[in-house]
Design a binder for this molecule. Sequence first.
Ligand code: ME8
Length: 658
Amino acid sequence: MAEKKEKFYITTPIYYTNGLPHIGHTYTTVVADVLRKYKKMRGYDVVMTTGTDEHGVNVERAAKKAEIPESEFVARMADAWRALWDELGLTADEFIRTTDLQHVRTVQWLFRLCKENGYVYKGHYTGLYCIYDNAYVSEPKPGNLCPDCDRPLETVTEENYFFKLSAFQKPLLDFYKKFPDFIQPESRKNEIVSFVEGGLKDLSITRTTIRWGIPVPGEEPHVFYVWFDALTAYLSAVGGPEYEKRGMWPADVHLVGKDIIRFHTVYWPAFLMAAMLPLPKQVWAHGWFLMDAAKMSKSKGNVVLPRPIVNMLGMDALRYFLLREVVFGQDGNFSYDALVTRYNSDLANGLGNLASRTAAMLEKSFAGKVPKPGAFRPADNALAKEAQNAIGEVLERYDKYEFARALEAIWSTIAAADKYLTTEKPWALGDSPEEESRKATILWTTAELLRIVTVLAHPVLPESTAKVWRLLGQTAALDATEMDGLRWGQLVPGLSLGKLQALFPRVEKAEAIERIESMANEELHPAPAAATPAAGAAAAGAAPAASPSEKIGIEDFTKVEMRVGQIKTAERIVGADKLLKLMVDIGSETRQICAGIAQFYEPESLVGRKVVVVVNLAPRKMRGVESNGMIVAASIGPEGRPVLAGFTEDVEVGARLK
Ligand code: ME8
C-alpha cells in the first residue's frame, strides 16, 4: 500500500427540496455509500458528498404555498433529507446546501472566472421554459408540452448572461475521445457524443424572472440559473475557490440518474474548461427504478418510500435488493414481491442461515471457539479455492461498478458452503479423535469462508456483516479491514466466538408486503396528530387529556367502554421494536391489540395477565399491524414508562369497568 493514501471523491446529485426522498434518490445515495465503504476498504482516502438543491421557481412557489419564507422552507426540507439519510445509515462526509455561504461564494467565483476568460456575454432570450425541469425547451411536444415531463411550458423573455457553450463543441469531443471512460455506461456515451456533434447552442446562465437564487454580483436582479448553481455544489463541498488545499477536486465519479446526464457531461465540463479548472474523471449514469413500468416521481405520486421497507426488513435488505436486482446502468422494476422474495431466499436462507448453522455447530462441538483444523481433504481445498477465487472476482466486479455480479459471486460461495456442509455432514461425526479432527476441519473451513464473505459483502450489508464479524470473534474494525490483504487461511484457531444476534428473521410474504404498504400509506397520508397517538403510548393516557379545569359529564365517560381482558399470547413485531402484538380475551371475543410496551415487558411475562382494555376504539394500524382496542397503563416518569393497570383481586374476564 502506498505511503500516502490515494484520494477518491464521490458525489450524488444535489437533490431538489420540493419533496422528500423516494427509493430512486435512495438508490443513488446507497450506491455512493457502498462505493465509499468499498474504496475505504481498498485503502483510499474517500470523501462522499450529497446535498440539497434549494433555489429556483419551484421552491419559490412551494414556500408561498406553505406560507413561510423560502429560507425557512428550504431549511426544513434540508433537515428532513439529512435526517432520513442518517436514519438509513447513509453517511455522507459532506452535505452541501446550495444556500450555504461557501457555495454562494463558489458560484460567483466560477462565474467570474468564466467571464474573465471571455466565455460569458450579455444578451436577450425568449423561449419556452419548463419550470419543473428548470430548462428551456427547444423542441416542445404538441400543445407546448415539455418533452420530458409532459407538463405545460411557459414563454419567457429575459435579459440574460449567456455562456458560450458553442465554443466547447470541439474541446468536449476531444475530451471524450481522450478519456473514453469519462461517460459510463458506454451506451450513454454514444448518446452524448451525437448530441454534441449535432452542435451546441449558447446557454443562458442567469435569470431575471426568478427572485429565489444566487445573485450575480453587481448585476441584480440577475440570479444564477439553477444548473449553473447546483453543479458547482460538487466543487464548493470540497473547498470551492480553495479546492487545492483540501486536495479532493476533481471528483473521481459523479453518480447520477440518466435524466441529468447531459448537464453533467456537457454543461459541467464546459463550465470548468472555461474557468480552466480540473475536470471530473467520470460521470456514471444509472437507469430508473420503475413502479408498474412508469417512472417514479414525486409529482405523479407513484413513489416507493424507503422508511417502511427499512422498518420491516432492515436497511441491509433494502441495500442488497437495490444492488442485486438490477444491473447498474439499466432500468429495473421495483416490486415488493421481488424484494421480500430476495430477502427470504438470499438473506434469511442464504447468509443468515449459513451464519446461524455455523455458529450453532461451533457452540455445540467446540464450546464456542474457532477449532484448529486437521488435515485438509480435496473437498476442503476445493471450497478454499472457490473462496479465494471469489476475492479476486468480487473486487474486479466492484471496481467496474458491476454490483449485481459482485453479489452474485459472493452468494455463489455461500451456496458452495451450504452444499459442502450437506455433503460433509459434520453433525453426523462422532467423538473419536479422527472424527473430532474432521469436524474441526469442516467447521474451520466453513467459518473461514464466512469470514471472507463477511469482508466482501460489508460495503453492501454493513449492519449484518458487522454482526457476523463479532460472531467470528474478530476484534479489528471491519470497515477498516483492507480487502487487498484478504486471503484464505487467516482465521486464527482458538478465537472465542461472539454471540450471534438475529440476522434476517424470515418473514411471511403477504403479511410483510401488507405491512410495508400500510406503513407507506401512513407516511404519505398522515392522520391528523390527535388521531394517531405515538406508537410508544400504550394507554388511554396517550389521548390528549382534558385540562384539569375542564370537566366532562358522565355521558362523556360512559362513551368509553372498558373491560377486563386476559392476555392469551404476546409476541414481538418484526420492524417495530416498541410494539407488542397481543391476543386478548375480552369475554365475548379475542382481540388483536398492539401495545407500545415492548421495551418494558417481556412478551412471555404477559401471558395470562389480566388487564384493562378499551374495547370500543375504532381499529387502526400501528406499524402496519391492525390494532382493535387499547390496553390501559399508567405513564410514569419523564419518559412515560408504561405500567399496566390491573387488579389485586381475581376478576372475571369481560367484566365492564364503570
Ligand atoms: O435532478 N430511479 O434533483 P432530483 C432511479 N437537483 N433514480 C432516481 C429515480 C428513479 N425513479 N428518481 C430519482 C435533480 N432518481 C437536480 C440535480 S445535481 C447538480 C442537481 C435519482 O431531486 C437519480 O439519481 O430530481 C436522479 O438523477 C436524481 O435522483 C434526481 O434528483
